[in-house]
Design a protein around this ligand. Structure first.
Ligand code: NAD
Length: 441
């Protein structure tokens, strides 16, 4: 099939590359000249494990190309995917200016095309219920009839995006036209050969499914964060509670890890967007307001612990930070707890030396040169008063503790991700704070 992907970010680049891998011809469009320059020089502009090899192979095979020319992409493609940003607007709702702006452009292009071939415009961005209809109305303004707007929300996880896209748990397709369903089925069949389902539904249900999934996961994490805070006060160990409760098949083991709050480009904005849309429809989801509030507080937790340890004054203290990205295996810094935590430390006149395996360049965009950036995890440590662990990258899990002890000024660790065993830390002579477990020293 001939496909266009508009917006070549985490979702667009992965989707476009994986569609090409299945033999489709994909033209990716972006309006960011720096990104396009990199893509056309065959540089993958994001950190995403497994993407590079597919990206290079499909460019070689001439199935994957990049352009700023939306007109050519629309003209040459039968299916046009919108993988555009839907950031949080000032009032919490999803800002749809990118989606609606591109829909207008597509309408104008379709109006000016000499032939009238059937086109499917697929919205892969996370958008509030009703957006498919709104996009349809925008395109109809240009007297176009031979098209369908499909809602096909994306569920990939950054860090596992290629695997998730190639072997999705499920595909959701929201449409009204049998021809569109059939085309989408043909496109996705190679990805669900193991038998995972393609759910076909109306566009409204598809749009709600995406928000429901992300909000539910955010709620699950938030439940564990509140539970962890309670366990700590009550003298329980949240990790033991987590494992025992997770082995109940009704609950399941995944997404029960307490920490320093969820971040990323999706959960915070999607929770807020669902709060807003549910209010607009007169059916407010009160539970999500609490989720958002508790999550914001959780991002303050680690610095509270740090300040309590130092009797309220951390002026002039130096903190080593391991991990900046909002989760491991990505360079994405959007809404990362590290931004809140590092800014709080700096605002209290402490110094910060930070290291992350992939997100240092993006971190500079969010944090500037206020923190120092270290070349590797150990060079962040010399003379630091404590080490803070903010992202659970695998390379932090089994470090050289003797080296840590020799480099840090104090044998003091604040672990926001519970990657170490408190008993072992005690044995090694560290003072160790974590989440939902008693501190040891
Ligand atoms: P992103 O910011 O990484 O990428 C968006 C891209 O669109 C950018 O490259 C930007 O330059 C480009 N763009 C903006 N306006 C454009 C225009 N007018 N023409 C062409 N290109 C344009 O965003 P993302 O993380 O890929 O997310 C895209 C959508 O998918 C969002 O709605 C998001 O909520 C959703 N989503 C994201 C993830 C994720 O893990 N990142 C997962 C599932 C769904």
């Amino acid at each position: 099939m001939k496909l266009a992907v508009i917006g070549t970010g985490y979702v667009g680049l992965v989707s476009g590359t994986c569609f090409a891998e299945m033999g489709n011809t994909v033209i990716c469009v972006d309006n960011n000249p720096d990104k396009l320059e990199k893509l056309n020089k065959r540089i993958v502009p994001i950190y995403e494990p497994g993407l590079e090899i597919l990206f290079q192979r499909n460019i070689d095979k001439k199935r994957l190309s990049f352009t700023s020319d939306l007109r050519r992409a629309v003209e040459e493609s039968e299916i046009i995917f919108l993988c555009l940003p839907t950031p949080q607007g000032e009032d919490g709702s999803a800002d749809l200016k990118y989606v609606f702006g591109v829909a207008e452009e597509i309408g104008k292009i379709l109006q000016s095309l000499p032939n009238n071939e059937f086109k499917i415009i697929v919205n892969k961005s996370t958008v509030p219920v009703g957006t498919s209809t709104a996009v349809r109305q925008i395109i109809e303004k240009y007297n176009i009839e031979n098209f369908e707007v499909v809602s096909n929300p994306e569920f990939l996880r950054e860090g596992f995006a290629v695997d998730d896209f190639m072997k999705p748990d499920r595909i959701v397709v929201g449409a009204r036209n049998p021809k569109a369903f059939e085309k989408m089925r043909i496109l996705y069949e190679p990805f669900v050969r193991q038998g995972n389902p393609i759910f076909e539904m109306d566009p409204e249900s598809a749009e709600v499914t995406k928000y429901a999934s992300n909000s539910y996961l955010a709620m699950r994490i938030t439940f564990m964060n509140e539970l962890a805070n309670f366990c700590e006060k009550a003298g329980a160990n949240v990790e033991m509670v987590r494992k025992a409760m997770g082995s109940d098949s009704r609950i399941g083991k995944r997404f029960l890890f307490p920490g320093i709050g969820y971040g990323g480009s999706c959960f915070p904005k999607d929770v807020n967007a669902l709060i807003k849309t549910s209010e607009e429809f007169g059916s407010p989801m009160k539970i999500l307001k609490v989720v958002d509030e508790v999550n914001k507080n959780q991002k303050q937790l680690l610095v509270k612990k740090v300040k309590e340890h130092f009797n309220g004054n951390i002026e002039g203290k130096k903190f080593a930070v391991w991990g900046l990205s909002f989760k491991p295996n990505t360079d994405d810094m959007r809404e990362a707890p590290s931004i809140v935590i590092i800014n709080q430390l700096l605002d209290s006149n402490a110094k910060v030396v930070a290291y992350d395996p992939a997100a240092m360049e993006n971190a500079r965009f969010y944090l500037g040169d206020k923190p120092e950036y270290a070349q590797d995890q150990y060079s962040a440590l010399p003379d630091a008063d404590a080490l803070l662990i903010l992202t659970e990258w695998n390379e932090f899990r089994n470090p050289d503790f003797d080296k840590i002890k020799s480099l840090l000024k104090n044998k003091l660790i604040f672990d926001g991700r519970n990657i170490f065993d408190p008993a072992k830390m005690k044995e090694l002579g560290f003072t160790y704070y974590s989440i939902g477990r008693k501190p040891v020293n």
